[in-house]
Design a protein around this ligand. Structure first.
Ligand code: GLA
Length: 733
């Protein structure tokens, strides 16, 4: 949700450095190293999408091969109403039509990225639509969004306002997308796109990735494959309700992506502008793997706060002690974690509230003062202790929420979303309610939660920003009667304003986006955050499936992955500590455990694994991902690897998900290596330090590893056995 500001002047006019060129030729080609987008536009005509796919260098190729789709780039409702539309407007006089014609096409260069704008005007009414295309320099990602400008004096109502409308040739299309629920988010789904309509939607408004994720891959040539095949990828940068529609008929396919307009018609005042969220897309000839790598690179370069800096290894207190936070326990956890080589300690829920101390989930949200009874030395005492142990300190907050049992609610009952005259719907703990972020006073308060903590304790290095509720009661005391339907959108605009203020003031504060686990894994949040909490489910086995899904669209550097207790608190499963580490080490490694309950042997293993992760951190966090064996393929195995950009280093993972006697375990072929290089292999996490697996220290060529692969059969044992191997180029003369 990059530019979702209403009533703000065109953002680019503010950028003094912008170079603006107005041109008027028929075809406009936007090309990345591997992809191209072609549209045509002429003054007084409809702008038309012609092509999106692999890179073209000669426009004639598209026309001569008959691949030009020649369809409106942003069709409006009202005339020729048969096919799906991108926008629907009702004017103040009741007229429900819009007829958009190109007025100009302008290209600008901002921060090295080329932006092309198609400026469209309605022939009768003062409503303009500016369609943007942004070419992200150095990546294979092009994005699009629109600005809808009400240039008149009277309000108009927007019933539909898509970010993107893509018209594609129909192929043998399959789609990949994610689906789940709390503690089982991001499970991968793949299916054939049959004729008719398929929608990826979420209506939770806040934790918008608890169920589906606003992302997809679409193949053009049959079942999705990892290494080959023509695949388009799309992600919507929005953290509210969304809808991504695929309308497929034998003769055509269109994709309409944007904010869900369900119960959300938007009243746009005179002289007001609505900027829709950005929809980013890529196109690969290297199957799903190519799409993922393109999004990961783009995310690290442009979409993630501090995307170029390594992440610390942290211990989060939640599963270790839940609400039983106190000085002694926090110190003990910090001390134990520091002994294991950890770098950052995060105190989770349970540290605040004095009139109503936060001892469970039934009270205190909103009362962000340290609980003096539990933490007599306050936050500074904890920071000082962390420093004495040579680790950093972080803290949990849930600033958009309050409980009906809290001082905040007692003081400001009207700050809560509510339907006048009706009883409040209460969420978690039977008392959690949502603050009304459309209200500027509430925005100040939410900003203040972070600002006060950072002003008083500037050494806080990390904040986990949680949200454990969906938007439940649809009503705002702040929005006027005639604009209640703006709530879903205006909440997000309010949230973004707060996050922008925070980032302007605290660009280096590490922040995690969490929403009852993995409810905010999206590119709407990520520009303001360094990472996301992937799921409250920390079971290593299920994490393999969930993290696989996430890896389709989001980079490992942002994917928080924690080692937790045995038996797992969410599934009750028992798995070896090595397995738990080997899984967590494929993302941003952390722990979510009471170290006091670990045996000395386990602590010693954890210390070695943490040290090993430090050695491969850069490869995992900045390398290219190659998925090798999918857990969804029912082989009882999963395997993946990361390869450094210059292919001198790599790290390989393999997991056994189930064990049957004499089960067939095929060799696994690596990918992404340099066939001409030789690599030395190192077993990174042997249970017995002195007994690494037989591969350890062997030197094998990239060619052999990629063509024939490794005999996993002799490397993995029973159920939940696993392997993490580092590969380092061996210089040969
Ligand atoms: C949510 C988060 C957890 C934890 C709890 C605290 O469920 O996902 O990680 O922070 O809240 O109440």
């Amino acid at each position: 949700m990059k530019n979702n500001l209403v009533g703000k002047k065109h953002i680019f006019t503010l950028c003094l450095l912008a170079l603006s060129v107005s041109s008027f030729s028929k075809d406009y080609l936007i090309s990345t190293p591997k992809t191209s987008f072609l549209f045509s536009a002429e003054k007084g005509q409809k702008s038309k999408i012609q092509y999106y796919g692999t890179r073209i260098d000669d426009i004639k190729d598209v026309y001569n091969s008959g691949l030009n789709v020649n369809y409106e780039s942003y069709p409006a409702f009202g005339l020729d109403c048969i096919k799906e539309k991108a926008i629907a407007v009702t004017h103040n006089d009741g007229n429900m039509s819009l007829d958009l014609f190109v007025n100009d096409v302008v290209t600008e260069n901002i921060d090295g990225c080329e932006i092309t704008k198609i400026i469209m005007k309605d022939s009768l009414y003062p409503v303009d639509v500016i369609q943007y295309f942004k070419n992200y320099n150095g990546t294979d990602v092009i994005s699009t969004w629109v600005e809808i400008k009400n240039q008149g004096k009277k309000p108009v109502t927007l019933y539909q306002f898509a970010s993107a409308y893509m018209f594609m040739p129909r192929g043998e299309n399959w789609i990949n997308h994610l689906h789940g629920d709390w503690a089982s988010e991001h499970m991968m789904e793949e299916e054939r796109l049959t004729n008719g309509q398929k929608c990826i939607v979420n209506r939770y408004a806040l934790d918008n990735t608890t169920t589906s994720n606003p992302s997809f891959m679409l193949s053009m040539d049959g079942k999705l494959k990892e290494k080959t095949g023509l695949v388009m990828g799309g992600v919507l940068s929005w953290t509210g309700n969304y809808k991504i529609q695929f309308n497929a008929q034998n003769s055509y396919l269109n994709i309409i992506a944007g904010i869900s307009e369900e119960n959300s018609h938007y009243i746009l005042d005179g002289k007001q502008t609505l900027v829709t969220p950005e929809f980013a897309m890529t196109y690969s000839t290297e199957g799903k793997g190519g799409v993922s790598r393109a999004f990961h690179k783009w995310a690290r370069k442009y979409k993630l706060n501090r995307g170029g800096e390594t992440r610390d290894i942290l211990l989060n207190s939640w599963e270790g002690v839940y609400f039983k936070v106190n000085q002694e326990t926090m110190e003990q956890m910090m001390s134990d974690f520091s002994d294991m080589g950890g770098e950052l300690f995060v105190m989770d829920d349970g540290w605040f509230g004095n009139k109503y101390p936060r001892n469970n989930d039934r009270s205190s949200l909103g009362d962000w003062d340290v609980c003096k009874e539990k933490l007599p030395q306050g936050i500074q005492g904890l920071i000082d202790y962390a420093k004495s142990k040579n680790i950093k300190f972080g803290i949990w907050i849930e600033p958009e929420m309050t409980n009906t049992k809290s001082e905040l609610f007692e003081k400001h009952p009207d700050w809560v979303l509510q339907v006048k005259g009706r009883e409040l719907t209460k969420g978690r703990g039977g008392s959690q309610v949502v603050l009304d972020l459309t209200n500027p006073d509430v925005q100040d308060f939410v900003f203040g939660v972070v600002d006060n903590l950072m002003t008083n304790y500037p050494e806080i290095a990390y904040m986990k920003w949680d949200d454990n509720s969906s938007l439940m009661d649809y009503g705002s005391c702040y929005l006027p009667k005639n604009k209640q339907s703006n709530l879903y959108v205006d909440y997000q605009i309010g949230l973004e304003k707060v996050l922008k203020r925070i980032r302007e003031k605290y660009p280096n504060l590490v922040m995690q986006a969490c929403a009852g686990g993995g409810g905010r894994v999206n590119y709407g949040m990520l520009p303001y955050f360094d990472e996301f909490w992937t799921s409250d489910n920390t079971d290593a086995l299920q994490r393999i499936y969930m993290q696989w899904g996430v890896s389709g669209y989001y980079p490992a550097i942002a994917m928080a992955s924690h080692v937790s207790a045995d038996r797992n608190h969410q599934t009750g499963r028992t798995t070896p500590l090595k397995f738990r580490f080997d899984v967590a080490m494929s993302g941003r490694l952390g722990m979510e455990i009471q170290p006091k309950n670990m045996s000395d042997k386990d602590k010693a293993f954890a210390k070695r694994a943490i040290a090993a992760y430090k050695g491969i951190r850069e490869i995992v966090q900045f390398g290219d991902l190659y998925r090798l064996v999918s857990p969804y393929d029912d082989k009882g195995l999963a395997s993946l690897m990361y390869v450094s950009e210059n292919k001198t280093k790599a790290v390989f993972y393999a997991y056994k998900l189930e064990h049957l006697r004499n089960m067939n375990i095929p060799n696994v072929q690596m990918d992404g290596l340099d066939p001409n290089k030789k690599y030395r292999l190192k077993d990174l996490t042997p249970v017995n330090e002195n007994k690494p697996c037989w591969l350890n220290e062997r030197v094998i060529s990239g060619k052999m590893l990629m063509e024939q692969g490794l005999p996993l059969k002799s490397l993995l044992g029973g159920e939940y056995s696993s392997l993490v191997v580092e590969l380092s180029e061996v210089e040969t003369n």
